[in-house]
Ligand binder design. Structure first.
Ligand code: ADP
Ligand code: MG
Length: 645
């Protein structure tokens, strides 16, 4: 439909101008509508108090008609030229031109005010639609508010204010209290609280100090911070999130696809039905001349009512609103289709570490066999030097001198789901689980301690193990119970960790299905197998070594999107903070959005069918037809706006 096309244009323009364009256009339309309404009333008075000929009346009514309808006539003509005849401008133009002409048929009553009124109301509908679209875009651009306008950068010892795009990686930025952090970076100097509300929907500030990573889009609350930019503006969290939300509309929901297919068939069908209605009954009756005006009038009503505006506008608007509403709560949804899937999700599969557990391990015990404790921690920390895995971070933390003691580490190989091997000071050290020990041929043995056991081997000989422990997140158990209450039937936990830990965590969380000791490809295989069961299937992970699984599931949900590139890239839904409780919220929002869209579809179709029947029977009038059309559009759009809240 040319309608889509038309609006797409608006969209592109607005991305740059953020809605100013629409406002101006809206004022113009409003002025036209008011002017036309006044002139319509004047014309109506003239008609009633002066005795004018039909063509004189036509001239009087033509003034408000053209004022308010010129753009529509033009769009209709352009549509015809481009071979896209069946759009709503065409329907309205034909209907109103027909109403203007009908008065000249012998024995027919004039319909001039009706014609003007239909056009006028159609414009009111368009105005309203533009307003609603602007509104929901505005709320998305509430998110756009995270777009920093300028940034203060230190160059040659002086502070310069530049636009964030001009800053290179490695430059030093100065951020004062109250300012938004323009680029992702690391704090060089200063300590402060930062407000992540715009990104996560959470209002509790996060404390940062020297050495901490900060994410663009957050607001610096208290102290002056100096940060070193670690990413260019285009790769920073802010611009990626903005881009993501802006493009979310491109992936259509099922209902949207249905509507556009429906409109493509429906509109021409109604046009031909109208034509048939105008011609066939008079022909059949045998008194063509006398009955034609009546049937033509009914046919014109058909055209007015048939306008699919309410559907074409309100359904995408609903999903757009749903996506906007979710992003305000820190849930980024990459397309309307994922809202569809989330609304009916049946199976949910969770990764353990970092998803259901905090992913912040602490060393609980060190059990060396061939060396001392310090040496074991020393080697483990060095091997983990480059690791992004939470286990790596824990082992580095347990040996604080790691970064500074100057030991040489080379030939680092990370084996996902097993551990790492590296050359430290000439020794070939392996740090990981039992599978890795088997791989290097070390004679490992089990430990009585509860917790994740990280074994260490030196040159293929078993050197001992380190016991680390993770904690279940505070809201994990509640989140899973919530999901079960929402009708998610199957909850499964996958982990690369050993069985004892998996069983313990599953017990704490009330999950009865879990699969331990899986390598990353084992996780993919497990999900593939479960895809044969009840769907849609969602996989929830943290984006660290589970990206393949995220993309394999019907819906990939990544946690802790703040700052994690992998998660933002691979997932379909990103939860900006790492709270599992957000999953239930996401499901609720998705269901609400789908329900509102469905309400709109049935409401609009219902009213239209009713008025079409009344029109065919000759009970309805043009006034009713236009009220039905615009009324339905307005109500459907208002309803769609609820998805934002
Ligand atoms: P999960 O499935 O719980 O997220 P992973 O698949 O990331 O866990 O890892 C599975 C197991 O592999 C860990 O429990 C650990 O024993 C071992 N492992 C993975 N990465 C490392 C690492 N960087 N250092 C040591 N051990 C590791
Ligand atoms: Mg993991």
């Amino acid at each position: 439909m040319s309608h889509d096309h038309h609006h797409h244009h608006h969209h592109e323009e607005e991305c740059c101008e953020l809605g100013h364009h629409h406002e101006e256009e809206g004022h113009g339309t409003l002025v036209k509508i008011i002017l036309a309404a006044v002139l319509l009333a004047a014309a109506w008075l003239v008609e009633h108090f002066c005795d004018l000929a039909t063509w004189q009346l036509l001239l009087i009514y033509l003034v408000p008609y053209l004022i308010v309808g010129w753009d529509t006539l033009k769009e209709a003509a352009e549509g015809l030229v481009h071979g896209e005849a069946f759009n709503e401008h065409f329907l309205m133009s034909v209907a109103t031109l027909g109403a203007l002409c009908i008065g000249f048929l012998p024995g027919a009553e004039t319909q001039f005010p009706e014609a003007v009124f239909v056009m006028l109301f159609f414009q009111v509908g368009e105005l309203f639609e533009g307003y609603a679209e602007g509104k929901s875009r505005e709320s998305i651009s509430h998110l756009m508010n995270i777009r920093p306008e300028t940034a203060t950068v230190l160059r040659d010892g002086a502070e310069v204010s530049v636009s964030p795009e001009e800053i290179a990686v490695g430059e030093t930025l100065v951020i004062r209290p109250g300012e938004r952090i323009p680029l992702d970076g690391i704090v060089l100097e200063g300590a402060s609280g930062i407000d992540t509300k715009a990104l996560t929907g959470e209002s509790a500030p996060r404390d940062v100090a020297e050495g901490d990573e900060v994410i663009s889009g957050c607001v610096n609350l208290s102290g002056v911070l100096r940060i070193r930019a670690t990413k260019a503006y285009g790769e920073s969290t802010v611009s990626r999130i903005i881009e993501l939300v802006e493009h979310a509309g491109e992936r259509k929901s099922r209902s949207e696809t249905f509507i556009s297919r429906f409109a493509r068939i429906y509109t021409p069908v109604v046009v031909f039905a109208a034509l048939a209605l105008a011609v066939i009954p008079p022909l059949v009756s045998g008194h063509f001349g006398e009955t034609f005006p009546t049937w033509l009038y009914r046919a014109l009503m058909f055209l007015v009512v048939s306008c699919p505006c309410a559907l074409v506008i309100s359904v995408p608007l609903t999903f757009f609103g749903g996506i906007g509403g979710a992003s305000r709560r820190g849930i980024l949804v990459k397309g309307a289709n994922y809202l569809d899937a989330l609304a009916s999700v049946k199976t949910m599969v969770f990764d353990k570490t970092g998803t259901l557990t905090r992913g912040q391990f602490a060393v609980e015990a060190v059990h060396p066999e061939t060396c001392d404790e310090r040496q074991l921690l020393h080697l483990a920390a060095h091997v983990e030097h480059f690791s992004t895995h939470p286990i790596g971070a824990a082992l580095r933390d347990a040996f604080p001198d790691e970064a500074t003691d100057g030991c040489e580490v080379s030939e680092v190989t990370e084996i996902a789901g097993q551990g790492i091997t590296a050359l430290v000071e000439g020794m070939k050290v392996a740090v990981g689980n039992t599978r890795l020990m088997d791989g290097v041929g070390a004679a490992w043995h089990d430990c009585h301690c509860p917790g994740t056991i990280i074994h260490v081997a030196i040159d293929g000989l078993y050197a001992g193990h380190i016991v680390i422990n993770d904690k279940v997140k505070d809201d994990s158990a509640g989140a899973l119970a919530d999901l079960r209450g929402l009708g998610v039937r199957r909850l499964v936990m996958l982990t690369g960790d050993r069985k004892a830990i998996a069983a313990k965590v599953a017990g704490e969380l009330g999950i009865n299905e879990y699969r331990p000791e899986l390598l990353p490809d084992g996780k993919v295989a497990a999900v593939e197998e479960m895809l044969g069961g009840e769907r849609p299937l969602a996989f929830v992970g943290d984006g660290i070594n589970d990206a393949p699984v995220l993309s394999r599931a019907d819906i990939g949900i990544a946690m802790g999107g703040l700052g994690s590139d992998a998660a933002i890239e691979a997932a379909d839904v990103v939860l900006m903070d790492d709270k599992p409780s957000k999953i239930g919220l996401a499901v609720r929002l998705a269901r609400r959005t789908v329900r509102i869209a469905r309400e709109n579809v049935w409401f609009a179709i219902g009213v239209k069918v009713a008025v079409l029947v009344l029109a065919a029977l000759g009970v309805a009038t043009l006034w009713m037809a236009v009220f039905a059309d615009v009324g339905v559009t307005v109500i459907a759009v208002l309803n769609a706006m609820r998805a934002l809240r």
